[in-house]
Ligand binder design. Sequence first.
Ligand SMILES: Cc1cc2nc3c(=O)[nH]c(=O)nc-3n(C[C@H](O)[C@H](O)[C@H](O)COP(=O)(O)OP(=O)(O)OC[C@H]3O[C@@H](n4cnc5c(N)ncnc54)[C@H](O)[C@@H]3O)c2cc1C
Length: 394
Amino acid sequence: MSGPKVAVVGGSIAGLTAANVLRDASCEVDVYERSETLLSGFGTGIVVQPELVRYLLERTSTTLDDISVPSHEMRYFDAASGRNAGQVDAGWRFTAYNAVYQKLLDAFGTERYHLGKELVRVTPGVEGASASFADGTEVTADLVVCADGGGSVARAQLLGRKPDYAGYVTWRGMVDQRDVSPETWDFFQDAFTYGLLPDGHIIAYPISQVSSEGEVTGETRLNFQWYWNVDAGAALDELMTANDGSRRPVSVHFVALPASSLEQFHSRATNELAPVFRDLITGAPQPFVTIVADADVSQMAFDRVALIGDAAFTPRPHAAAGAAKAAADAWALADRLVEASGDVREALTAWEPERLAVGQAYLTKVRAMANALQHGGEFPPGAAEFRFGLPKPA
Ligand SMILES: Cc1cc2nc3c(=O)[nH]c(=O)nc-3n(C[C@H](O)[C@H](O)[C@H](O)COP(=O)(O)OP(=O)(O)OC[C@H]3O[C@@H](n4cnc5c(N)ncnc54)[C@H](O)[C@@H]3O)c2cc1C
């Protein structure tokens, strides 16, 4: 017999993990994704945390080697002088967003993955919940799982909460071997590399290359982010204005980047960075810029509606576990639902306090990391409080 009917809104990491684990828990699941096309995530890198890949490793034939590349160290440099500031052994693996997305989608299938469904309103209720979409359609379900990301429409509607600008942006890019010198390529292999600056930082690491079909090719590329402090107001508005004159709320992708922004990006790299960092940054064929913002929430369950992943707590990226938190929210929801024998409200009552605690603890951790990394604070190599990953449950 089929369990509760579930509508998942948002079909990225949180949404697809929820869809898979809830379907495995006998729920009847449909996913409603705003995008008109399958997602690409622009191929950006993700550090592999156990929670992120748990579904793939436990319930599909995917192996870590299928989707990720290993490394053995975290290394710290002064990005201006190139001076080595230490290293620690750390066996992280790195993947690309679209590698994980594609595998999660393969596991769920596309039959009940509905594209072009933009949530405009969610309606919690004791007997049932509903989700209304911009195309005028509406679905009702026993449980609506809102996994609509950092800019969540559901969170804004239910809690009046939008992310707060964190005071800095991140320039992101990827380079292939042909884009940089052999010295630069070799320099960034087999490690997660920090380039520390008095007013910002760079991170770089190798990731799997993924074909346009979402298949890992076996080749690697380098993924980087360069975080700039930018005051809210005129300076931020200028940087986030695209070449069509529109002020973008979250990202200005390469195709929309004005020449003046690209020039500023290249000239800062040329003037401020040591040769390997400069070569990496200026080698990226298609850099793009994204605002860093975060949000906390006081509530994640509303009768038969749940907020999960970035739609609940939106964390800054510094502990590399935002996607892992999103996946863990989904696993916990399925576990509580099974324990409650499919009683949605009982399950949500048990689920919410635990997930609020994890979200709050993780946000506190990444804010502390940001204070050190963006403001020249103490960032000792390998310091326990700055290690990647989710906080352990109390
Ligand atoms: C620069 C950067 C680097 C990061 N690096 C890492 C890392 O190394 N490791 C890590 O674990 N995490 C990392 N993260 C965090 C990670 O990307 C997010 O935590 C993760 O993607 C959250 O997944 P999600 O499914 O909750 O939200 P998202 O991935 O944002 O997905 C939300 C989905 O909802 C859809 N949607 C939005 N609005 C609507 C709507 N109204 N109706 C229907 N659908 C909608 C979107 O199209 C999207 O598909 C990083 C984040 C950033 C910004």
